[in-house]
Design a protein around this ligand. Sequence first.
Ligand SMILES: NC(=O)c1ccc[n+]([C@@H]2O[C@H](COP(=O)([O-])OP(=O)(O)OC[C@H]3O[C@@H](n4cnc5c(N)ncnc54)[C@H](O)[C@@H]3O)[C@@H](O)[C@H]2O)c1
Length: 291
Amino acid sequence: MSEIKNISVIGAGQMGHQIAMLCALGGYETVIQDLQDEALAKAKEKLEAIMARWVQKGKISEEEAAKAFHRLRFTASLEEAAAGADLIIEAVVEKIEIKRDVFSKLDKLASPHAIFATNSSTIVNSLLADVTDRPDKFINMHFFFPPLVMDCVEVVKSQKTSEETSQAAMDVCRRINRTAFLLHKEVSGFVANRILGALQKEAVYLYEQGIADFKDIDSICRKALGHPIGPFELMDLSGIDVGYFVMEQRYKETGNPEDKPYSCLEEKMKKGELGRKTGKGWYDYEGQGVK
Ligand SMILES: NC(=O)c1ccc[n+]([C@@H]2O[C@H](COP(=O)([O-])OP(=O)(O)OC[C@H]3O[C@@H](n4cnc5c(N)ncnc54)[C@H](O)[C@@H]3O)[C@@H](O)[C@H]2O)c1
């Protein structure tokens, strides 16, 4: 397998723009693609602000930041993103039909040697790889939010993923300074999100039963369990829609009523209260500016 030099990231949302920056900082020629020009402009603006802060704090030099930006290209064209890529990391919205559509197009546009990775929070790669002719070159690379801060990637093999592909994905993680863990079998949600999901399920149960206010549940988790952030605060941080889509997908796969999205999340979805990104979720962020 040829060495990975060029990486493309599809989707410039909360995750994609930071994954692309990690790749550019790691020395890869990187392309970030999104359907929406607005998402690309926002991504660029956010990354410039983060890198300016890193330079100010002495985390990287001004020259290193400039070089990384030089290696990073923004585009709305999928053709441009696919051309020349050795590794394509998909980070579009958590909807299986959309991901399958993206990969089916990419399969025709990308070079046959290119590895495809999905950053999905829950969907195993074999549910996407069957729209392509490269199931051996397909893998999960699950980054955590926010990728520029969180030092963990779950790399998940399917039964068809080749050893070369998983080694290439692990090598990329090393080069971009992220600790990667190889999961040898597919399981919906992988490790961290399954454990987190169990915690959130219990937190929502206690809230919906009227046993305690969500703010108190968050405080108990922080004070008694030493968690750095409560389960409801975390839902706001990562996006209530993201958690909702994850549950919706899991329910589609298992048919287990226990996996159905919680009614309190459904209500928030209807109201468009998706957490920090919309200024309101479980908590109100209007006064603090949307982060
Ligand atoms: N937010 C998290 O905490 C988190 C953590 C780990 C993994 N993930 C996963 O990462 C993926 C992206 O999540 P996010 O939070 O960045 O979502 P997001 O909604 O912030 O961003 C998704 C982006 O994808 C773009 N998009 C949609 N369809 C597209 C298409 N066909 N082609 C190109 N771009 C397209 C949208 O314009 C948007 O900018 C999801 O699969 C999610 O499960 C999210």
